[in-house]
Design a binder for this molecule. Structure first.
Ligand code: CA2
Length: 158
C-alpha cells in the first residue's frame, strides 16, 4: 500500500486539551484515528507523527523521499517561520498537502503567510480535523488510481 506521511508540528499534541475555543475538543489521537480510518478506506497506509522539534520534522520529511507516496503536513508554528522545513518539503519531490485546523487568513497578520505553503500542491485551512480527512482524499487523487487503490486494484482477488 502506498504510504502517506501525516506530519504534525509543534504544540499540536495539546489539541483538545487546551484552548478548545480556538482549536476544538478533538484530540490529536482522535485526528489520528480519523486519518487511519480514511486511509484504510482509500487503500493508503498512514504514518501519523507529531513533533515539537523542527529538526525532527525535517528528518521525517527527508525519510519520505523515495519511500512515501505523499506528505500531508500541518507544520503549525513552523508554517510561518521555517525556510528549512520548506526546503525539505521541496527536496522530497512528493505531492504535499498543507493542512491547518483554523483559517490562517482570518487570524493575526503573522499567521497569514505560509512559508511552507510554497512546497504544497494544495492547502486546506479552517475546516478543523476534517481537513486531514479531506487532505487524504485529495492525496489519493494526486497519487493516482494505479497506486492508491491497493484495496481494489488489479492483482487483488477480493
Ligand atoms: O490552524 C492550524 O492548524 C495552525 O497550524 C495551528 C498552529 C498555529 O501556530 C498556526 O498558525 C495555525 C498552532 C498549533 C498549536 O495547537 C494547539 C492546540 C491546542 C492548544 C494549544 C495549541
Amino acid at each position: 500500500m502506498p504510504i502517506v506521511a501525516v506530519l504534525n508540528g509543534p504544540n499540536l499534541n495539546l489539541l483538545g486539551l487546551r484552548q478548545p475555543e480556538l482549536y476544538g475538543h478533538t484530540t490529536l489521537a482522535d485526528v489520528q484515528a480519523m486519518a487511519e480510518a480514511k486511509a484504510a478506506a482509500l487503500g493508503l497506509a498512514v504514518e501519523f507523527r507529531q513533533s515539537n522539534l523542527e529538526g525532527e520534522l525535517i528528518g521525517w520529511v527527508q525519510q519520505c523521499r523515495g519511500r512515501a507516496a505523499g506528505i500531508v503536513i500541518n507544520p503549525a508554528g513552523y508554517t510561518h517561520t521555517s525556510i528549512a522545513l520548506l526546503d525539505a518539503l521541496l527536496a522530497s519531490e512528493l505531492p504535499v498537502i498543507e493542512v491547518h485546523l483554523t483559517n490562517i487568513h482570518r487570524r493575526e497578520a503573522f499567521r497569514q503567510n505560509s512559508i511552507t505553503g510554497k512546497a504544497a500542491t494544495g492547502m486546506i485551512a479552517g475546516l478543523g480535523p476534517q481537513g486531514y480527512v479531506l487532505a487524504l482524499e485529495a492525496m489519493a487523487g494526486l497519487i493516482g488510481p494505479g497506486q492508491a487503490s491497493g484495496a481494489r486494484g488489479p492483482g487483488r482477488t477480493a
